[in-house]
Design a protein around this ligand. Structure first.
Ligand code: SF4
Ligand code: SF4
Length: 302
């Protein structure tokens, strides 16, 4: 089972929830602790909470075109086929813009003069190793200045393969853009962490819409709850999004997280609560599979 923990905006406590869930699952099934993927490749920090030891590393990159000007006739076919405007013919010069290139290979395949070769271009690294409580840990790290996180996340997902029956927890980047979609893709469940504010509700709506588009079932965890905010509960009720946990706004939690502690270290009673969340997720997935066939979730209109 693959569970992605995401939030529409940064700073909602997404990593706190994801790492606490990981520790709780490690307590639930010590014979097979989960695999944790930190897909927040622009700012990975889950290793600080999980105390991982990174023992293996691999470079990640794309194959970028390189034009042999001696063979190039400047016909412009490569520029025509490139959807990302990453290659252009300007008079007697054919220019490649690696920062825009998605490494699709179309220009190389369609060049009539075989004037293009592909060269590897590093974008970041993926790393893995054991973490506390037997958790298997892997993360991606995007190089500074690299604009595209998706290839690093995609490679991380391919590289860090779970053993049979092992639960996978993916910690998604914040937001609702392509890196989040790539992280969520292929998940069985999306756990959205939000906070009871107008901003939190706005971003939850966007994140739920992405899940609806991908057909993935969603549950909500409300963090920093401080009194009633009916609009959030109404939204969840209207869309039939189960609220699986409410974490109160508490100074001790904020201080503990700032010191690198997970919620279950600060308040060990949350281990049982996260186990219950996992049980509910399992039941929701089973119900959906039974009633609609594998992989179907809800759809959010509009
Ligand atoms: S398609 Fe090939 S020959 Fe034509 S402009 Fe591009 S690199 Fe040059
Ligand atoms: S590899 Fe694809 S994205 Fe990159 S320049 Fe060629 S056509 Fe454009």
């Amino acid at each position: 089972m693959k569970i992605t923990v995401a939030s529409g905006k940064g700073g909602t406590g997404k990593t706190m929830v994801a790492t606490s869930l990981a520790f709780s699952l490690a307590a639930l099934t010590p014979e097979q602790p989960p695999l944790f993927l930190d897909c927040d490749v622009e700012a990975p920090n889950a290793h600080l909470f999980l105390h991982s030891t990174l023992t293996e590393q691999q470079e990640v990159g794309l194959l970028i075109p390189s034009v042999n000007e001696a063979k190039c006739t400047h016909c412009g076919k490569c520029a025509e086929v490139c959807q990302y405007h990453a290659i252009a013919v300007l008079g007697k010069k054919t220019l490649v813009f690696p920062q825009l290139c998605h490494g699709c290979g179309s220009c190389t395949a369609l060049c009539p003069e075989q004037a293009i070769i592909e060269v590897p271009d590093r974008m970041g690294i993926i790393e893995r190793g054991p973490a506390e409580a037997g958790i298997s840990f892997a993360r991606g790290v995007l190089d500074v200045g690299e604009p595209m996180a998706v290839p690093v996340i995609r490679q991380l997902k391919k590289w860090a393969i779970p053993s049979p029956g092992q639960v996978v927890i993916r910690d998604a980047p914040p937001g609702t853009s392509c890196p989040v979609v790539e992280t969520v893709r292929g998940s069985d469940f999306l756990l959205l962490v939000t906070e009871p504010t107008p901003f939190g509700l706005h971003d939850l709506r966007l994140a739920a819409q992405v899940a609806g588009e991908l057909g993935i079932p969603v549950g909500v965890i409300i963090n920093r709850e401080n009194g009633s905010y009916p609009a959030l509960d109404e939204f969840c009720a209207d869309l039939n999004l189960p609220v699986l946990m409410r974490i109160p706004f508490e100074r001790t939690i904020a201080e503990g997280v700032a010191q690198g502690k997970t919620l279950v270290e600060i308040h060990p009673e949350y281990i049982d609560l996260f186990k219950q969340v996992f049980t509910e997720i399992t039941l929701i997935i089973q119900e959906i599979r039974q009633s609609r066939g594998q992989g179907n979730g809800f759809r959010l209109e509009g």
